[in-house]
Design a protein around this ligand. Structure first.
Ligand code: ME8
Length: 472
């Protein structure tokens, strides 16, 4: 029987059109999903949008649009990005979906309540509208939220609380032992250090009138769920939790997240699952943030990189290539239009694209039949690096081979050899085609369209149209 592999991205806030950071998360998740399908795992890949949020209402209000129209429009842009980037997700969950998402979120709440882990308290806290979360004094810099540069609002209200503190030790032990594997180690240490100072109980609901949209708390019409049970639960509601459980055999799986939401996924979510008696995620891959020109992307700086613009100009695989190879999965990375173009010309137009054209042109003119590529050897290191989430290193190995092939051709000079020893030249070209096939097969999870085009060209023994035309 095949193993199951379940992979999720965060559900994104649809309060602005998707940016390159979102494209990064979904691309590396897609690489993993495709890789696992290729090695025969029964794979399920989930992504979606986090919609019960004041951010959407706020963004719509600023534009004078109806919130639902605004929401649907942005969600369409997210979905279009997935299609245009060739993302192979099996489901796209929207947390406003009353049929798919709400029954499971409410069932999870009930389980936590039955366990005695939810209690109503009166609460006073510092609420940051930017984060949509209560902050503690420790989070503030000069009395302001450092991310939003705004003073949080002092809010007093009746809330339900989740008894998260009770699970601190258990969560810590699961992370220490790698039963819940946090990757990379620096993020594991970061969360362990947070856990060693203890977890506080968390506000789990808000009064209904304070929230524009949200899932009603079971048994209490006056309250709506706060982000934790509303959003984190998507990872299981999508699998049918609370409504038939038809896909629950995929749980547990792995989450891919950015470093900004580590605490939610590696502390709060495990606490909720422990309380509900459900298995914890197997792994959480925490990636860094993408900057542009060394600075956080922002509209005011004018350095926001729109992934759709890059796809329109260079194609999906070029974007996938850049994100996989030129951004490290564990550290912050940088993308500018200039660095993108430079990498495209050097490694796709001149590198891979040129190699494919050279080899297939020779194959088409010197060989009578397509090359038999049925015996296949792995390129060393590529799969290992992929399994260790080092996509850039996996790609380096592939491109090392691209360069090596270029050098072989340079030395062999088959275009001269063909004139003096046809058989010897044909043998060399056959070898190049076999090596090109190895490259194409390893490229499948990373550049699916390019890989397919190369494999097709080999099977037809025909030079394909330029894969990556040079850009000036
Ligand atoms: O946090 N570089 O949604 P969100 C790389 N809805 N990745 C980035 C990035 C950047 N500059 N900016 C964002 C939320 N991301 C919540 C999550 S999950 C139950 C709820 C990516 O739209 C990264 O993966 O703010 C980050 O974790 C995610 O987008 C946050 O997206």
């Amino acid at each position: 029987m095949s193993k199951t592999f379940y992979i999720t991205t965060p559900i994104f806030y649809p309060n602005a059109k998707p940016h390159i950071g979102h494209a990064y998360t979904i691309t590396i998740s897609d690489i993993l999903a495709r890789y696992h399908r290729l090695i025969g795992d029964d794979t399920y890949f989930l992504s979606g949008t986090d919609e019960n949020t004041e951010k959407v209402a706020h963004a719509a209000r600023e534009l004078g649009e109806d919130p639902q129209t605004y929401l649907d429009d942005i969600v369409e842009q997210f979905k279009a990005l997935y299609t245009n980037l060739n993302i192979s997700n099996d489901q796209f969950i929207r947390t406003t979906d009353k049929n798919i998402h709400w029954p499971g979120a409410q069932e999870l709440w009930r389980r936590l309540a039955v366990k005695g882990d939810i209690a109503k308290k009166s609460y006073s806290g510092l609420y940051c509208t930017g984060h949509e979360t209560f902050l503690t004094e420790k989070d503030l810099v000069n009395g302001k939220c450092p991310d939003h540069d705004e003073k949080p609002e002092l809010v007093e209200e009746e809330n339900y609380f989740f008894n998260l503190s009770k699970y601190t030790e258990q969560i810590k032990q699961k992370i220490e032992s790698d039963e819940l594997h946090i990757i990379p180690k620096t993020r594991k240490n970061e969360i362990l250090s947070l856990l060693s100072s203890g977890l506080e109980d968390i506000s789990f609901s808000r009064p209904r009138d304070k929230m524009t949209s949200g899932i009603p708390v079971p048994g209490d019409e006056t309250q709506k769920m706060y982000v934790w049970c509303d959003a984190l639960s998507n990872y299981i509601t999508a699998l049918g939790f609370g409504r038939g459980e038809e896909l629950m055999h995929y749980w547990p799986g792995m989450h891919v997240i950015g470093k900004d939401i580590l605490r939610f996924h590696a502390a709060i979510w495990p606490g909720m699952l422990l309380s509900a008696g459900l298995p914890l995620p197997q792994a959480i891959l925490v990636h860094g943030f993408i900057t542009s020109g060394g600075r956080k992307m922002s509209k005011t700086l004018g350095n926001v990189i729109d992934p759709q613009e890059l796809i329109d100009e260079y194609g999906a695989d070029a974007v996938r290539y850049y994100l996989a190879r030129h951004v490290s999965s564990f550290e912050d990375g940088d993308v500018t239009k200039e660095s993108f173009k430079e990498a495209y010309n050097a490694n796709l137009a001149n590198g891979l694209g040129n190699l494919v054209a050279r080899i297939m042109k020779m194959a088409e003119s010197y060989l009578d039949n397509p090359v038999d590529v049925s015996t296949f050897r792995e390129l060393s290191g590529v799969n290992n690096h992929t399994e260790n989430f080092e996509f850039n290193r996996a790609m380096d190995n592939i491109w090392f081979h691209v360069k090596e092939m270029d050098e072989f051709i340079q030395t062999d000079k088959p275009f001269k050899l063909i004139k003096i020893n046809k058989v010897a030249a044909q043998k060399r070209v056959t070898y190049y085609v076999q090596e090109l096939n190895r490259i194409a097969v390893h490229l499948k999870p990373f550049l699916p369209e390019t890989s397919e085009k190369i494999i097709k060209a080999i099977s037809e023994n025909k030079m394909p149209e330029a894969l990556f035309p040079r850009k000036d």
